[in-house]
Design a binder for this molecule. Structure first.
Ligand code: SF4
Length: 448
C-alpha cells in the first residue's frame, strides 16, 4: 500500500489556497504526514482555470510528477479543482498515475476517497457532480493557532462575465447557511485567531440563491463582527454591481471591518465593460468608490484589471489608466486577456494582438507602481495597529528580533519587538517610519 504521506501542489486563487490548506489539515488529522513530492505516497494537484493555458499547466505538472516518481504505480495522484471539473474523466487517460479526479463540489469527499483508493490500488474514482447545496466539510484545522483565517461563505457564481469560466467550473452560486459560517468562525476564534476573511466568488450576493437562508451579506457581516475575540474582519471578492447601500454603510458602522477593499474594476472603458457583461459603467464604479470613501474616509482600494480584452482600443485602455488614477488603487492584479475555452469572449473575433496587449500591460503596471509607491510613502509617519504574524523572513543579524505583521490595510509591516517572546497573534501599536517597495517598516513605543 502507498505510504500515508501526501504532497499538495496548488495553482491559482485564494479559494484554492484555502481549499488546499483545509485538505492538508484533514489529511494530517487522518494520520497522513506531509512529504516532499519525491517521497510522497499521495500527490494532489489543486488546479485553476483562471490563468493562462490551464490545461497545459496541469499536463506538464503531471509530466513532472511522473518524472520525479519514476512513474511508480505506488504513487496515488489526484487532480482537484477547476481543471479537474472541466476535463473530467479524460484526465485518467493523461496519466496512468491519476486515480482520483475531484471537481469543485466534490472536495468534501476527497479525504475519504483518498483513504479508499489507498486500500484498493486497482480502483479509480471521480467526484464530479455539482451539488444543489453547499456541502459542509469536516473540520480541517489543526491545533496550532493562526492569527488570520479564511472562512468560505459560498461556492460558485451566477454572473457569467464573458471572459470567465468560474460559473462552469465552480457551478452556480450556493451560499452556506449563516449558522454553519458562524460556527466555523467561533471555532477559529476559539483557537486564537484574531482576523477573519470571508471568502466567496461574489460575496455581496450571499444568501441570494436557492441555498440561502434569507440572511443578507450585510446582516452576515454584522453577526460575524459581533463575535467575541474578533479584532479584524475582511472579505473577498465583492462585485461592484452588487454592493448595496447596506454593504457601503457597513464600512461606517462596523469598526472591526478593515478599511481595505479589493474591488475588481477589470476595465475603465464602458464599451469593454459592457462586452465583459460586468453590469456597471465607469461612472457607476466611480460613484460607488465615492460613496465608500464617504462612509470610510481612510478606505484603501485594490483591484483586478484585464488588459487587451477583445475590441479594446487605445482610447479604451486610456480610460482604464484614468480610472486607476482617479481611484488611486494601492495595488492591483493585472494580466493580459487570453481565451478560456467555453467562455463567451473566446468567440469574439476582434482579438487584440499579443504585442499590443503586452505593451499596454507594461504601461499599466508602471502606473500601478507609481500609485503603490505614493500610497506607501503617504503612510510614513502614521500611527497604526499591527497583527503580528511571524518573525520577519530576513533577519538583519542572528540576534535580531524583527517581526512581520499586517496593518489594517493588509500591508506587510516589519517591526522590532522585545526578544525572547513569541509575538505571533499579538496586536501592537506602531508608527510607520519607512516605505519599501512592497512593505513598510515601523517602530513600537518603548522598543528600539
Ligand atoms: S463575478 Fe464574473 S469574474 Fe467573478 S467569478 Fe463570477 S463570472 Fe467570474
Amino acid at each position: 500500500m502507498p505510504k500515508k504521506t501526501y504532497h499538495i501542489i496548488t495553482f491559482g486563487c485564494q479559494m484554492n489556497v484555502h481549499d488546499s490548506h483545509w485538505l492538508a489539515g484533514v489529511l494530517t488529522k487522518r494520520g497522513f504526514a506531509q512529504a516532499p513530492a519525491e517521497s510522497a505516497g499521495v500527490i494532489l494537484l489543486n488546479t485553476c482555470s483562471v490563468r493562462e493555458k490551464p490545461e497545459q499547466k496541469v499536463l506538464s505538472a503531471l509530466g513532472r510528477i511522473r518524472q520525479i516518481t519514476g512513474g511508480s504505480s505506488d504513487v496515488l495522484v489526484g487532480v482537484l479543482g477547476c481543471v479537474a471539473q472541466q476535463l473530467g474523466d479524460a484526465l485518467f487517460e493523461k496519466s496512468s498515475q491519476v486515480r482520483l479526479i475531484v471537481g469543485t463540489d466534490g472536495l468534501a469527499g476527497a479525504p475519504q476517497a483518498i483513504e479508499d483508493l489507498l486500500l484498493n490500488p486497482r480502483q479509480r474514482l471521480s467526484l464530479l457532480d455539482f451539488t444543489r447545496h453547499y456541502v459542509e466539510r469536516e473540520d480541517g484545522e489543526t491545533s496550532s493557532p493562526v492569527p488570520s483565517a479564511h472562512v468560505t461563505i459560498m461556492q460558485g457564481c451566477d454572473n457569467f462575465c464573458t471572459y470567465c469560466i468560474v460559473p462552469f467550473t465552480r457551478g452556480r452560486q450556493k451560499s452556506r447557511t449563516t449558522e454553519a459560517i458562524l460556527g466555523e468562525c467561533r471555532t477559529v476564534l476559539g483557537r486564537g485567531t484574531r482576523e477573519i476573511t470571508l471568502l466567496g466568488q461574489n460575496v455581496n450576493a450571499f444568501g441570494q440563491d436557492k441555498s440561502g437562508d434569507g440572511t443578507t451579506f450585510s446582516q452576515l457581516l454584522g453577526r460575524v463582527a459581533s463575535l467575541p475575540g474578533l479584532a479584524r474582519l475582511r472579505y473577498v471578492t465583492p462585485h461592484p454591481k452588487d454592493m448595496g447601500e447596506g454593504d457601503i454603510r457597513d464600512f461606517a458602522r462596523l469598526p472591526q471591518l478593515c478599511p481595505r477593499l479589493h474591488l475588481p474594476l477589470q476595465s475603465g472603458s464602458d464599451q469593454v465593460l459592457s462586452r465583459m457583461r460586468r453590469g456597471y459603467t465607469r461612472s457607476d464604479f466611480l460613484t460607488l468608490v465615492d460613496r465608500l470613501r464617504k462612509a470610510r474616509p481612510d478606505l484603501a482600494l485594490s483591484t483586478d484589471l484585464i488588459v487587451g480584452f477583445p475590441g479594446e482600443s487605445e482610447e479604451d485602455f486610456e480610460d482604464t489608466l484614468n480610472t486607476m488614477r482617479e481611484c488611486a488603487f494601492m495595488s492591483s492584479f493585472s494580466f493580459c486577456y487570453s481565451d478560456r475555452p467555453g467562455a463567451r469572449a473566446s468567440l469574439y473575433p476582434d482579438k487584440v494582438p499579443s504585442p499590443v496587449a503586452q505593451e499596454r500591460l507594461l504601461r499599466l503596471q508602471s502606473l500601478q507602481e507609481d500609485l503603490a509607491s505614493r500610497w506607501l510613502q503617504g503612510r510614513v509617519g502614521q500611527e497604526t495597529r499591527l497583527l503580528i504574524e511571524h518573525p520577519s523572513p530576513k533577519q538583519e543579524c542572528a540576534s535580531s528580533t524583527s517581526w512581520q505583521g499586517r496593518d489594517p490595510y493588509g500591508t506587510p509591516v516589519h517591526v522590532h519587538l522585545p526578544p525572547q517572546k513569541d509575538h505571533t497573534g499579538c496586536m501592537v501599536d506602531a508608527t510607520i517610519t519607512l516605505a519599501k517597495k512592497h512593505s513598510l517598516m515601523a517602530v513600537c513605543p518603548g522598543t528600539p
